[in-house]
Write a protein that binds this ligand. Structure first.
Ligand SMILES: [Fe+2]
Length: 152
């Protein structure tokens, strides 16, 4: 899927405010990918698609998590706000035929992170998962307080 197609797909699914946040994430992801030597096209695509399932209903998110073998069932014990990440990866795989594991993983782990993340995963995690466009980092997001910040 090309970035322009992804943009149109996301625009049709997300509310305007979240779509604008996404465009900010894409812009930042592109700059960071250049700066740190990550794949720029993959970073842009993952950033564009990372929140595609953000506004799916709780029931729809739950159904995908239960159905997909690659999402652990105990993920349902995690907070609801985390669910859209692996569900988003499953969605783009099933609906847009995206099978690039690096892109899928960057979407999957953008709310939780994981051990030994790739550059691509870190970029989407920090700027898609934690950072909200137009806001400064809070103390917790800077690692100076507790980490009970709500993921984006
Ligand atoms: Fe998100």
């Amino acid at each position: 899927m090309k970035i322009d197609e992804a943009k149109e797909a996301v625009k049709a699914i997300l509310p305007a405010k979240r779509f604008n946040h996404t465009l900010g994430v894409v812009e930042t992801a592109e700059k960071l990918a250049v700066q740190y030597g990550a794949d720029v096209e993959k970073a842009k695509l993952a950033a564009m698609l990372h929140d595609i399932a953000k506004y799916f209903s709780k029931e729809d998110l739950q159904a995908v998590i239960k159905r997909r073998k690659d999402i652990p069932d105990d993920f349902l014990n995690f907070h609801l706000s985390l669910w859209h990440a692996p569900v988003g990866a499953a969605y783009v795989q099933e609906h847009y035929n995206i099978h690039d594991q690096a892109v899928l993983d960057a979407i999957t782990y953008h709310t939780t992170g994981r051990k030994d993340m790739t550059k691509l995963e870190k970029i989407v995690f920090f700027f898609g998962g934690l950072y909200r466009t137009g806001q400064r980092f809070s103390r917790s997001e800077r690692g100076q307080g507790d980490c009970r910040t709500k993921p984006g």
